[in-house]
Design a protein. Structure first.
Length: 329
């Protein structure tokens, strides 16, 4: 997957996902603020807030779409699935798989499924739909004078297991804010990673640290051996259609390349990026040519040897299980 910040590197001495979350502007944003008392009365809102997902969605909207919002969890509940249904159940195991309804209210289990509401409909701010109760409909703002403008629509959660420092930095560059947790005692046990800086060869994480109901800005050094589990947001998947191109950041095509317009694999490229696969854009072989000198991949010889530049992000798991679980909206 391409980087969201294509010019950044894990070896950079400083990186931050957005200037709006630096030490001077952090507390001017909506997302670090504590829930209001009336919001805390909704159990599902509290659950999502305490799980770091509220913070992840809010900081991601700020970093990736420049939107300063306090996420409406109640809107995500309403836009989430309403039913879990199992099919293809092996004979004799019917009792192990029960279909169930998902109550889209403050006391149900809908908070487990907010990621599906995000992918299906995106997230709006609490100025549009408050977190005090689940609305009957979440397709318009309560105050009709406020524009209904959902953010992060199509994004979905990816999970990384046992991530070390290099993996977390790579995740920040590729995906933006990273929600982290660890079972070990650590001052960074929970929070949203926003960047890093290196001072006197010491690594410092820039983190929105979660402390019993609110976020604080922190720059904290850590043991480089500590391993974290993390959650990131992956951007919407784009597909090439005949006669139509998605965003050409990953690989720009030659103007005369008709194959590029008709085939999902872009085969002729004039401007490869550091993470462009050799299978898509052939690697230059003449070391004296200008093409070789201009290709950003030539600095990484292992890229050409392997034919792939996809860095390891721990394990972003997509698990196929049988019987088949289906969610109904």
């Amino acid at each position: 997957m391409e980087q969201f910040y294509p010019l950044a590197s894990i070896t950079d001495p400083y990186f931050i996902v957005s200037p709006k979350v630096d030490d001077e502007q952090f507390y001017n944003q909506r997302i670090p603020k504590d829930l209001k008392q009336e919001e805390k009365k909704c159990r599902s809102v509290r659950k999502v807030y305490d799980s770091q997902i509220y913070g992840l969605y809010g900081f991601a909207a700020l970093a990736l779409e420049n939107a300063d919002i306090a996420p409406s969890i109640t809107a995500l509940l309403r836009n989430g699935p309403t039913q879990v249904k199992y099919t293809n159940i092996p004979a004799g195991q019917e009792e192990d798989y029960e279909d169930s309804l998902i109550n889209q209210d403050c006391d149900g289990i809908g908070y487990y499924f907010t990621k599906y509401g995000l992918r299906e409909s995106g997230v709006v701010g609490t100025d549009c739909i408050p977190n005090t109760e689940v609305p009957q409909s979440a397709t318009a703002c309560v105050d009709q004078e406020i524009e209904y403008a959902p953010k992060l629509k199509g994004y979905f959660e990816g999970r990384i297991f046992k991530a070390d420092t290099a993996t977390l930095k790579d995740a920040l560059i590729r995906f933006g804010p990273v929600a982290i947790s660890t079972k070990e005692y650590d001052p960074l046990s929970q929070g949203i990673l926003l960047g890093w800086k290196i001072d006197n060869e010491q690594n410092y994480w820039i983190i929105a640290q979660y402390l019993e109901g609110f976020y604080i800005y922190s720059e904290t050094s850590k043991d480089l051996g500590t391993m974290y589990d993390a959650v990131v947001l992956l951007g919407p998947i784009q597909y090439c259609l005949a006669g139509q191109l998605p965003d050409t950041h990953y690989c720009q095509c030659a103007a005369t390349d008709t194959v590029c317009l008709a085939d999902p694999i872009k085969t002729e490229c004039v401007k490869p990026y550091i993470d462009t696969k050799a299978e898509i854009c052939p690697c230059p072989t003449d070391k004296e040519s200008q093409q070789y000198k201009d290709d950003p991949r030539t600095a990484k010889k292992e890229i050409f040897a392997s034919g792939s530049v996809r860095m390891t992000i721990g394990m972003i798991a997509a698990v196929l299980v049988l019987p088949i679980l289906t969610l109904f909206f």
